[in-house]
Design a protein around this ligand. Structure first.
Ligand code: C2E
Ligand code: SIN
Ligand code: SIN
Ligand code: FE
Ligand code: FE
Length: 378
């Protein structure tokens, strides 16, 4: 019978378990893979009582290992830490698919001492495990260096690293799924925006990119928080989604509108709202609010609801300025482009009328950046 465990050992075991089961939750809370990996590598370092930890991911061509997080390198950049899978202990782990336990790296031919030179570190013992996804495919390597107060990592450490590697691989897989979902979601939104502009514009993609660029620049300049700037960046291209329901004879009319035609066109704001009204995601809800309110004027003379000042969501006030700036500064089927100076003057003259004065001020402070965005070839 094994001897009874002492209290501090029990506490330590509990601590280990707590770390192990909290991996996924940490990721879901932080939403950033890099940040999660940094937290986890620090915990793995403590768990294994090692001097340093590196998490390597395999590149998509499965040729190189790239360090995504390293703890114990005292803030030194890890972006340069990458090497081919044909090299190093970590490379051997990828090729063999098994845990490797090395007592003294300098007596092991597989070890590549260049990293010690690069980072001013003296590697002693090394324990490295493959990171496998749920399909059993190797996606990276978890490597811990220099067991504290001992010559080498023992069998228990191997078991622990194996468990941690399993958890870590699971976390990576979830993060990749979330990332994929996020990207396909944004892609679908962009395609929707393009469909709406397709009949209207010669260079749809550039028009959408400009609206998105100007809007996020303005949002940033008035110091909206980063997450809201990001939301505006992706929601703004949908502002004219309602135009998808406007007939060609109006939408593509080569000349100036009659008042009746303009009234017909004005419906695109409410139509955009209708299209997006059942949206559940924060991003599409914002797009809905922008679509509805992007033709409101700060002084209350806009449409469709004649909202005034702060009754208009700030994001819609931002897109209003970005949209008019883009409409005036580029060619439309109904008008030639205006000279840049004239556009600037017009926007200044509309401060407090069409536009929120704080946004006109922000715009005026960023003229050179806006000009640069305008002239981008894509
Ligand atoms: P858009 O081309 O994206 O223009 C957005 C907004 O920019 C316009 O909203 C208006 O506030 C401003 N804007 C555009 N061109 C001029 C201009 O020459 N002078 C001035 N002062 N402001 C201008 P608005 O007027 O509510 O128009 C909404 C949409 O209706 C426009 O989107 C465009 O697609 C269409 N549109 C407006 N006027 C005409 C027109 O006379 N002929 C044609 N074919 N389409 C028009
Ligand atoms: C490292 O020092 O980070 C990698 C060394 C190796 O795996 O050989
Ligand atoms: C907001 O952050 O929504 C308020 C900013 C403003 O209304 O200008
Ligand atoms: Fe519009
Ligand atoms: Fe527009």
């Amino acid at each position: 019978m094994p001897p009874p465990k002492r209290i501090h050992e029990l506490i330590e075991e509990r601590q280990k378990l707590r770390i192990l089961i909290s991996f996924h939750r940490k990721f879901l809370l932080s939403h950033s893979l890099t940040q999660t990996l940094d937290i986890l590598s620090l915990e793995i370092k403590q768990l294994l009582k090692a001097e340093r930890v590196t998490i390597f991911l395999l590149d998509s061509r499965r040729e190189e290992l790239i360090a995504k997080s390293a703890s114990g390198l005292d803030g030194k950049t890890i972006s340069t830490l990458r090497f081919p899978v044909t090299q190093g202990i970590a490379g051997h782990v990828v090729r063999s698919g098994r845990i490797v336990n090395v007592k003294n790296a300098y007596r092991d031919k597989r070890f590549d001492p260049r990293f010690d030179e690069l980072y001013g570190f003296k590697t002693g013992s090394v324990l490295a495990s493959p990171l496998k996804n749920s399909g059993g495919e190797i996606v990276g390597v978890l490597e811990v260096f220099n067991k504290l107060k001992a010559e080498k990592f023992n069998k228990e450490d191997e078991g622990l690293l194996d468990l941690v590697a399993g958890q870590l691989a699971g976390t990576l897989e979830i993060s990749q799924l979330v990332d994929q979902l996020r990207r396909s979601n944004l892609e679908a939104i962009y395609i929707l925006a393009q469909a709406a502009e397709y009949r209207d514009q010669e260079d749809t993609a550039r028009h959408l990119k400009r609206i998105s660029d100007y809007s996020s620049l303005l949002a940033k300049t008035i110091a909206l928080p980063d997450d809201r700037v990001e939301m505006i960046k992706f929601a703004s291209p949908l502002h004219d989604i309602g135009k998808i329901a406007i007939r060609d004879s109006i939408l593509r009319k080569p000349g100036r509108f009659t008042p009746d035609e303009h009234d017909e066109m004005k419906k695109h704001a409410l139509l955009g709202y209708e299209i997006l009204k059942d949206a559940q995601s924060p991003l599409l809800k914002l797009a809905r609010d922008i679509a509805l309110a992007h033709h409101e004027h700060y002084d209350g003379s806009g449409y469709p609801r004649k909202l005034k000042g702060v009754e208009i969501p700030i994001e819609a006030r931002i897109v209003a300025l970005a949209d008019v700036f883009d409409a005036l500064s580029t060619e439309r089927i109904y008008k030639p482009p205006w000279p840049f100076e004239r556009v600037i003057e017009y926007i200044a003259g509309e401060s407090g009328k069409h536009f929120d004065p704080q946004l006109v001020e922000a715009f005026q402070g960023k003229i050179s950046q806006i000009k640069a965005l305008m002239d981008l070839p894509y």
